[in-house]
Design a protein around this ligand. Structure first.
Ligand code: NOJ
Length: 733
């Protein structure tokens, strides 16, 4: 630190020489001045030590005991750039901010970040579930609520959305992304960024977004976490970069680097993705934060020999802020002295961090109003969105003989480990989630069917283990009922970071419970509450209906009961393929063609088709698709044509239908997937009515494709527009 101090003094003397200290009201404090002018003015006044601290992020408030708050605050340098804010009291955050504003030389506010992944206190369905709603506007609204609750508690910056396309449900983090498709991730990414940031981040209740984990973390080998990935440049551009590009275009203030290695180069030391693509090609002017300890970890990844080298590699690659491991604080000054890091890059990095702080309006409103919880959390409108989001995210996978909805039923048995365990609906990554806020399945069913049907319940067994002592009671309850709802699944904690699983089965004990109950001969509805696609073939054989409920947040039980009763009509469709078995993984819809036809190359022991494909999902309505038509079958680059399909609701029940528009490029100089989603739209179709869905096909955007440098091409020739089982050829001339 001695060397750092010398440099700091030198910088300060220079500032005095240029007369900065004599100014009365510096530009950076002038709210009416242009942000770039404010950023430059402030950077010019900063010492090296102050600059380096802006590039560091510590943690505030792991302890929840009141006595520890002061100490935690006391330990933190007042010039720190950012804090991960683990407390849930705005007063702690305000106390720390006050120190930064009043005790630091320049009064630079701290940026408080936190993981707000699917709601803050009002927990929404996990992102993978939200994607199955195909309702980006609803997801934007949910993100807006999350931003308001987080902001009211003192959070300015969330580490989400996570848009790592993933095709491996063994990976615990599939719950955090929007499924297996790049376009779907891109659309929901934009919705979430807009929900958090709005049009102006400095408005009250807005927080900065952070796209993560940049990039390709979802390509994780065999679903293991933190392991290396092999991603060709072509696949990087085809599959992993598009959601990030969409988020950058939507204005996302920040990104987070990823833990993994991409074809030999760790993502957190990857100049190509962090600087050449992000900053030079996409012109992103916010900043990149490393993931937790990702700088230091470059040593374990076999790249940096020691901490100092790790710091040099990460910083020079383009990571501006160091999360948690304090490497930048320890080594940046020495690296500067040794000429291994350029002062210009330090200044540029500080500028990026400050720009986000100015855009958030933190200099003008550093504090947050301390309000009672009842004014911040679980507001009626927020809960309404939570229930709607849960209902639209759940996917009806099977409904034989229209066993659902359960109308006019005398007695309903609700059985299984998830039935009364409301905590599990919160899933993983619940920011301020509390079990007591959740309406679980039994509660939801009792409220839904009050005065209509009798609800009996039994746990039957635990999530795992071998204890079958509850089976007899479950069978007794099933026998006493007219229909049995069996609630199976995974605990919330079985998904998320560091939650890889070698199999995606539902534990055997739960399948055995289902068998015991099914043996009663009663109609069986299975609810599957998980954070990932799971193996369902054995369960499917014993179920008349299956509803995939995911980990769906505080109103999960209300949404489930509403779907079972018919108050809601299911409209969710899968954003991630369900395989028959773990051995089929990876199985996803937008794969490239194989070299042989027929059954050549397919599995000899089981089908190579998935159990439930991408976009599968049933409704209580019957939708009939009319003929797919196009406004013209030839177009040139720069031209637009449209495709249309009219969908009839041939049932007595109003229903929401999502039309997915796919494009297939049958022959191309870089081979394309068998089909690619290019657009989707969800609309209400009233009973007996027709609604027309339209896809405006922009030649370059929707038919073009990128090469391995990200350059977009449009080949001449045939393309197919596909909806359901229909396909129409159009030609680029
Ligand atoms: C590590 C996780 O990978 C990342 O997603 C998260 O935002 C940070 N920890 C901070 O909690």
């Amino acid at each position: 630190m001695m060397k750092l101090k010398h440099l700091a003094t030198a910088t300060f003397c220079l500032m005095v020489a240029f007369g900065c200290s004599s100014e009365k009201s510096p530009i950076y404090k002038d709210a009416s001045a242009d942000i770039e002018a404010r950023v430059n003015d402030l950077v010019n006044r900063m010492t090296l030590e102050e600059k380096i601290l802006q590039l560091n992020q510590y943690v505030l408030g792991i302890n929840t005991v009141e006595n520890n708050f002061g100490e935690m605050v006391k330990d933190i340098p007042v010039e720190i750039g950012s804090l991960i804010y683990f407390n849930d009291h705005a007063e702690v955050r305000n106390a720390m901010q006050k120190k930064a504003m009043e005790e630091s030389r320049l009064g630079i506010p701290i940026l408080f970040g936190h993981d707000v992944i699917h709601g803050y206190r009002t927990t929404y369905p996990i992102p993978l579930a939200l994607a199955c709603s195909w309702n980006p506007e609803l997801v934007r609204q949910a993100s807006e609520v999350a931003a308001q609750e987080a902001y009211d508690c003192g959070v300015n910056w969330t580490f989400s959305p996570m848009v790592d396309v993933s095709r491996d449900p063994r990976w615990g983090r599939v719950m955090e992304c929007f499924g297996e498709d790049p376009y779907t991730n891109a659309v929901f990414c934009e919705a979430v960024v807009k929900g958090y940031q709005g049009d102006d981040m400095s408005e009250k209740n807005r927080i900065a977004a952070c796209l993560k984990h940049y990039v390709g973390y979802g390509a994780s080998e065999a679903g293991r976490d933190y392991v290396p990935t092999e991603i060709s440049d072509q696949t990087l551009w085809d599959t992993y970069l598009p959601p990030f590009e969409a988020g950058v275009k939507a204005g996302a203030a920040t990104l987070m680097s990823a833990f993994h290695t991409i074809s030999g180069i760790p993502a957190s030391a990857n100049h190509y993705i962090l600087t050449e693509v992000l900053k030079e090609k996409w012109q992103h002017d916010g900043f990149v934060v490393s993931d937790w300890g990702a700088v230091e970890q470059l040593r374990y990844q076999g790249m940096a020999e020691d901490e100092k080298e790790a710091t040099m590699l990460a910083f020079n690659a383009g990571i501006e802020m160091d999360m948690a491991d304090r490497m930048y604080q320890k080594y940046l000054a020495t690296l500067l002295e040794e000429g291994k890091v350029d002062m210009k890059l330090v200044d540029e990095s500080v500028r990026r961090v400050l720009r986000v702080k100015f855009r958030l309006g933190l200099f003008e409103q550093p504090y947050v109003e301390e309000k009672p919880e009842s004014e911040m959390y679980l507001l009626p409108k927020s809960l309404e969105i939570a229930e709607k989001a849960a209902a639209e995210s759940m996917v009806l996978l099977k409904n034989e003989n229209s066993v659902l909805p359960l109308e006019d039923v005398g007695t309903i048995a609700v059985i299984g480990p998830v039935a009364s365990d409301s905590t599990q609906h919160l899933g993983n990554w619940g920011a301020r989630a509390r079990a007591e806020d959740v309406v679980g399945i039994v509660q939801g069913m009792c409220e839904e069917y009050a005065g209509k049907s009798k609800i009996l319940t039994a746990k039957g067994c635990d999530f795992e283990g071998e204890d079958k002592s509850g089976f007899a009671e479950a069978v007794r309850v099933a026998k006493a009922s007219d229909v049995v709802v069996v609630c199976l699944g995974h605990k919330g904690s079985w998904s998320g970071e560091n939650q890889s699983r070698s199999t995606i089965e539902i534990p055997k004990i739960q399948e055995e419970l289902l068998s015991a109950v099914e043996a009663t001969g009663k109609p069986v509805v299975v609810l599957v509450t998980t954070g990932r696609p799971v193996e369902l073939p054995r369960i499917e054989k014993k179920a008349d209906a299956i509803l995939q409920t995911w980990h769906s947040g505080v109103r999960a039980g209300k949404a489930i009961a509403g779907l079972l009763s018919g108050r809601y009509n299911p409209s969710g469709k899968l954003a991630m393929t369900f395989p028959y078995s773990t051995g089929q993984i990876p199985v996803y819809y937008n794969r490239r063609h194989r070299a042989r036809t027929g059954d050549q190359g397919l599995y000899k022991d089981i089908t190579s088709e998935p159990m439930y494909p991408f976009a599968h999902g049933l409704s209580y309505s019957t939708f009939e698709y009319g003929k797919l038509t196009v406004s013209a079958d030839k177009l040139k680059e720069g031209e637009t044509i449209s495709a249309e399909v009219t969908v009839k609701n041939a049932s007595q029940r109003d229903g929401l239908e999502t039309v997915h528009w796919f494009v297939k490029d049958p022959y191309s100089h870089i081979t394309r997937p068998v089909k690619e989603l290019k657009y989707f739209e969800k609309k209400l179709i009233k009973a007996g009515e027709n609604v027309t869905f339209r896809f405006e096909i922009n030649s370059l955007r929707d038919l073009g494709f990128v090469n391995r440098e990200g350059k977009k091409y449009l080949d001449k020739g045939e393309y197919r527009i596909m909806v359901g089982d229909q396909s129409v050829s159009i030609y680029v001339i």
